[in-house]
Ligand binder design. Structure first.
Ligand code: MOS
Length: 730
């Protein structure tokens, strides 16, 4: 069948055979393993330094690459001379513009890659960079997004999305509010910097790389280097985060591949922290000019927005207008989005790209509307609840937003008491914001489960664990279906040569895509175990089941599963599984509400977030411990986005000023408030055999608006710009 793959609102059509799920969903609530807290499978290996990250890959004869980057935001290489660098001690190879994909003679941003060398040591490689002679022609940078739009300097076409008649609805509205919001550029800063080790084995290219998408990287490399896809192998066993910035091969991989080809040696190209902050992508800044029209009873009748996304030199346009189209039951919505092409480093996906920015604008606007109508902000949101997808009219596969609102009430009810604790210059207030996102996942996704005579099971699939605990969730699902204790299930992943196709660790799609495939594979293996047990114990297979590692018969007898598996000898059981289709004609989304409590010093403008309640509906929860950690991480990253983080660029030269973690202001543990996490944990009855959706991205989405609305509640300050700095409050 023809099926649509979706990652963060980017759709791709593929043709493949997708079979319906044959398994019924488990009943709601905790099971033997699924739904119970599980400690991360790889915790020991990670803590003891045994987990092999790309940064740990050391191959015999391996060279180290370093990249020469443009010191200018916009410049052209008139002439470049690599000869002095090539003659430097330890140097084995050097390449310049045109020698590898993305090495270009036109530098569109500060940090753009221009040339590279490979040497015996990293130190020698970096020293040699200084010996590359470049004659630069410095060009005028374009740094102002509105100016770029005026000049028509855009990445892609403007995106216009419209339903109903906005002008007519605004003309008839009782209340109309227009407001402008701005969000800043922020940086991902994964713990493990972007890096790859490339080695040619004959005609084959083997790439060890820190990536969220080994198959996507394999395809992109094959396409770019004009190789058959099966001549590229991509390996990523462990990774130290990505947040969306590691979905592509990246220039460093092409640099390593080309230098490896020229030198006949493995080549490692690992970015430094400074390079990470220059040239690996960012959440793009936005300008949002928004309008809402409503009736006096709070019914929203029109929403409109003009959005400018500062995409930098390249990138793609995330759907900043998405929340406006999907969050409320408004019949008339019109948006236009421009992607401004600027001489700044290109954007990359960053945890719920577009929706984080768009939700800040929309959910602040909704609070401004509530104030104007003198209506309770929670009540206003409830009145505009959409019981079908307002963009398409399709029913939701499941939607627990009203339940999220209901659970938010007890946190929202604290506002009187919180405000009453205002004292001296410290004013306190409470704010809330809602959230919608994708995250249903989809086919194709495959898994195998191998069971041996040792009584252990191994899940094999070529996916990657970005660091969130995917291994753990997958082993829980397999253990549950097999009836095995969790510690008897291992997971092998991260190698395109060793396992079937799996989805990227992106778009909150991993668990909802891979989970059902793993469950199906485990069910296949379980059926085979029970068939053998039926013969061995002379009972019908239907009368047998496996629980906690024992085969139990309906007549009360039971045997350890190893007894049956021991009969396998050297043979093995192999179960295979595939992800079923998404429900046809239904909208699959995740939902949530967050309630923030803040204290603001009106003399200094200092803001402290004191408490944040995050209530989310992601369908069934596989691992409550991992899930609440994801919620906490999203909230903390959101606090940074709201109050302090910002990539600063010199407004004249376009040079990036925040290149280190001491210059770039991230929240510290002292900035982290009490975080209360609640997951509704009701399986989506229409979504796969699992009923689970993804939760990586949702928790960062409503944070900024919830905090901004709390600051407004505390002080009356008009907050329109991120990060919310002291000037806005004073
Ligand atoms: Mo997406 S930000 O690549 O998970």
């Amino acid at each position: 069948i023809k099926t649509e793959k979706e990652v963060e609102g980017r759709y791709e059509t593929v043709w493949l055979v997708v079979e319906e799920d044959s398994l019924d969903q488990w009943p709601a609530g905790p099971r033997d393993v699924v739904g119970k807290p599980a400690v991360r499978k790889s915790a020991r290996a990670r803590a003891r330094g045994e987990a092999r990250y790309t940064a740990d890959v050391r191959l015999p004869g391996m060279l180290h690459a370093a990249i020469l980057r443009s010191p200018y935001a916009h410049a052209r290489v008139r002439r470049i001379d690599l000869s002095r660098a090539l003659a430097a001690p330890g140097v084995r190879g050097a390449i310049g513009p045109g020698d590898a994909p993305e090495l270009d003679e036109v530098a569109g941003y500060h940090g753009a890659p221009v040339a590279a060398v490979a040497a015996d040591s990293e130190r020698e490689a970096r020293a040699a960079l200084k010996l590359i002679d470049v004659d630069w022609e410095v060009l005028e940078p374009v740094l102002d997004p509105d100016e770029a739009v005026r000049r028509g300097q855009l990445v892609g076409e403007p995106r216009r999305v419209e339903r109903g008649d906005v002008d007519a609805a605004l003309a008839e509205a009782d209340v109309v509010i227009e407001s402008e919001y701005r969000t800043q550029t922020v940086l991902h800063n994964a713990l493990e910097t972007h890096q790859s080790v490339c080695v040619w084995e004959g005609e084959r290219l083997v790439v060890y790389t820190s990536t969220q998408d080994i198959w996507g990287v394999r395809n992109a490399i094959a396409r770019t280097l004009d190789l058959p896809t099966d001549q590229v192998r991509v390996v990523c066993e462990y990774m130290g985060g990505g947040f969306g910035a590691k979905n592509e091969p990246g220039h460093y991989t092409f640099v390593a591949a080309e230098l490896a080809r020229r030198t006949g040696r493995p080549v490692r190209c690992a970015l430094t922290r400074r390079e990470e902050n220059l040239a690996t992508g960012n959440r793009n800044a936005t300008i949002q000019r928004l309008t809402v029209g409503a009736r006096r009873d709070g019914t929203i009748v029109a929403l409109a927005g003009e959005f400018v996304a500062s995409l930098g030199w390249d990138g793609w346009m995330a759907f900043t207008a998405g929340p406006m189209h999907g969050l409320y039951a408004c019949p008339n919505v019109r948006t236009v989005e421009y992607g401004a092409k600027l001489n700044t480093p290109p954007m990359a996906a960053f945890r719920a790209p577009g929706f984080v920015e768009g939700t800040f604008g929309l959910e602040c606007l909704i609070d401004e509307l509530a104030a104007k109508l003198d209506m309770d902000p929670l009540e206003l949101r409830r009145r505009n609840y959409a019981d079908r997808d307002p963009a398409t009219g399709a029913p939701y596969s499941a939607n627990q937003l009203l339940e999220c609102y209901r659970r938010a009430e007890k946190h929202w009810a604290r506002r009187h008491e919180v405000r009453a604790r205002s004292e001296g210059p410290w004013r306190r207030g409470v704010g809330l914001a809602s959230q919608i996102w994708y995250g249903g996942g989809g086919p194709p996704a495959y898994a195998w489960v191998r069971v041996g005579s040792d009584g252990r099971a191994t899940v094999i699939t070529a996916m990657q664990d970005i660091g969130t605990g995917t291994r753990t969730a997958m082993s829980q699902i397999a253990a549950e279906e097999l009836g095995f204790p969790l510690d008897r299930v291992d997971v092998v992943l991260g190698d395109t040569d060793r396992g079937p196709y799996a989805v990227p660790a992106a778009g909150s799609s991993t668990t909802p895509s891979m989970g059902p495939a793993v469950r199906a594979a485990a069910a296949d293996a379980r059926r085979q175990i029970l068939d053998i047990a039926a013969q061995r114990y002379e009972r019908p297979a239907e009368s047998l089941r496996i629980r906690e590692g024992r085969i139990e018969a309906s007549d009360g007898e039971s045997w350890p599963v190893e007894e049956v598996l021991g009969l396998l000898g050297n043979a093995q059981i192999l179960g295979t599984g595939a992800r079923g289709p998404n429900p046809a004609g239904m909208a699959v989304h995740t939902f949530g509400v967050q309630v923030a409590e803040v204290a603001v010093d009106i003399e200094t403008g200092e803001v402290r977030v004191e408490r944040l309640a995050a209530i989310h509906d992601v369908g069934r929860v596989i691992n409550p411990l991992g899930a609440s950690s994801q919620l906490e991480g999203g909230v903390i990253q959101g606090i940074g986005h709201t109050l302090s983080e910002e990539r600063l660029v010199d407004p004249t030269s376009g040079q990036v000023l925040t290149q280190t973690l001491d210059a770039y202001r991230m929240p510290t543990i002292a900035d982290v408030p009490e975080i209360v996490t609640e997951l509704v944990d009701v399986p989506d009855p229409n979504l796969t055999s699992l009923g689970a959706k993804g939760l990586g991205e949702p928790p960062i989405i409503p944070v900024a608006a919830a905090i901004a609305n709390a600051i407004r509640d505390a002080t009356g300050a008009a907050v329109h710009e991120l990060p919310i700095d002291r000037e806005e409050i004073l």
